[in-house]
Design a protein around this ligand. Structure first.
Ligand SMILES: Cc1cc2nc3c(=O)[nH]c(=O)nc-3n(C[C@H](O)[C@H](O)[C@H](O)COP(=O)(O)O)c2cc1C
Length: 187
């Protein structure tokens, strides 16, 4: 794939108040400054979107209609991207609720007639940018995200992790900053 056709979708999933840039988004933006030349980028703030809870009707209706509203915006952005970047702090050794809701809806989108969501996802890369109190505590969440990529046969492109905490804490993590500069140039 030529770099000119790359389209990176950044899904920011911190629940910081509107207008407050969290550590994870800040680190992701450092990395995005070195995106391949010609790459498009789209940033969405999941906590600011109206995301309905997922309902499991896999074994009743067995299929789902196309979503509406913000969930349709997310589906369209997901389908349009070549590269999906979860910009996700660690919450309770896992992912924040807005990202979990989005992920649960993948189970619906796999069952929208004619969408071929699973086949489309198998052509995409999944990246993770994360911050937390310490690296060891992030591992279960990293493993979980990698397993999700594997389930949809996405190419797992790895994790950029930084030491977070209060706002701007990650700016003091020199290792994370050095890794950010080369993160999207790894292939
Ligand atoms: C609800 C919640 C749960 C958290 N759980 C963990 C955790 O399990 N392990 C950890 O190391 N840090 C945990 N943290 C700390 C955050 O991962 C850390 O402050 C992170 O840098 C926040 O990212 P942000 O600034 O992008 O919002 C938690 C923070 C919140 C708000």
């Amino acid at each position: 794939m030529s770099t000119a056709t790359r389209h990176f979708l950044f899904l920011v999933t911190s629940t910081r108040e509107p207008g407050h840039v969290g550590n994870t988004e800040w680190l992701a933006r450092q990395a995005a400054a070195s995106l391949p030349e010609g790459a498009q980028q789209t940033w969405l703030q999941l906590a600011a979107m109206a995301l309905p809870p997922f309902t499991d009707q896999r074994h009743t209706a067995g299929q789902y209609p196309l979503p509406e509203g913000d969930m349709k915006t997310l589906l369209d952005a997901t389908m349009a991207a070549t590269d999906i970047v979860f910009v996700s702090p660690v919450y309770w050794y896992s992912i924040p609720a807005p990202l979990k809701t989005y992920l649960d809806h993948w189970s619906a989108w796999m069952r929208v007639p004619g969408l071929a969501f699973k086949e489309a996802m198998g052509q995409k890369r999944l990246w993770l940018v994360s911050t937390s109190g310490d690296r060891a505590k992030a591992q279960p969440m990293i493993d979980s995200v990698q397993l999700c990529a594997g389930f949809l046969a996405m190419q797992w492109s790895g994790v950029l992790w930084g030491k977070g905490g209060p706002p701007n804490a990650v700016a003091g993590d020199a290792d994370a900053l050095a890794a950010a500069a080369g993160f999207f140039r790894t292939e």
